[in-house]
Design a protein around this ligand. Sequence first.
Ligand SMILES: [Ca+2]
Ligand SMILES: [Ca+2]
Length: 275
Amino acid sequence: MTPTHRTARRPGARSRGLVRPPRTGPRRFLLAAVAAGLLLAGAAAAQTPADSALTVFWTAPGDDGSTGTAATYDLRYRTTPVAGTDTLSWWTAATRVAGLPSPHIAGSIDSVRVRGLTPVTTYYFILRTSDEVPNVSGYSNIGSLTTSGDVTPPGGITDLAVTATTGTSLTLRWTAPGNDGTTGTAASYDIRYSILPITAANWSLATPAPGEPAPAVAGTVQTYILAGLGGSATYYVAMKAVDGSGNVSVLSNVVSGTTLDVIPPAAVRDLAVRR
Ligand SMILES: [Ca+2]
Ligand SMILES: [Ca+2]
């Protein structure tokens, strides 16, 4: 974890750039709330390093109560909230944030960017402040926020079709879904086949096809040749798309195709002639 930090001298002087709220939510509320204690600002953009970071900020206390300048901060976090009133147990088991700023004079806004977090995960933070003795403050209020991230799966494929058959293969065609529904680009396909009709329930039992193509941008028509099949047999085929965050689409429509009969009759071996 490699935090960075930003500070300001006085809460009244904090700049627009200092307190960065999430993209949603009333700024008025956030600025009012910052004076109340420990707060967090998350990044809203999906699938970026920002999904693994949160900014924690607070109003600096002093060396003596709310006067002077304290000596050190100790900021810790966990992904579980405090159980009842047992803050001590929470604190003891929590992860300590490295690279905290030195406290500024009472009333300043101090902050730290905490990195290396897991996307789409709720974190709880508590801060304690010490003076030079050290006399240690009580626990701060709990700051909590969920990291951003991609929770939207690719759209389900609805136009999967068999466009050609040979004695050993079926040619498949479909329109690429996106990373999020029908937007963007998914990360991978999972094509499976079976001699039994495929359903969502028996999907895991179907045979994975090898070497699926990489997804193209949403709306692109893609093809794949499912090879290595036996002749004169009916196969059911379906597929799912997966995005880069591991979100999986619903099952596509299920198609079937029958490989061609390429096995000729056996050569006659008992041909005879009579008068
Ligand atoms: Ca003191
Ligand atoms: Ca997605």
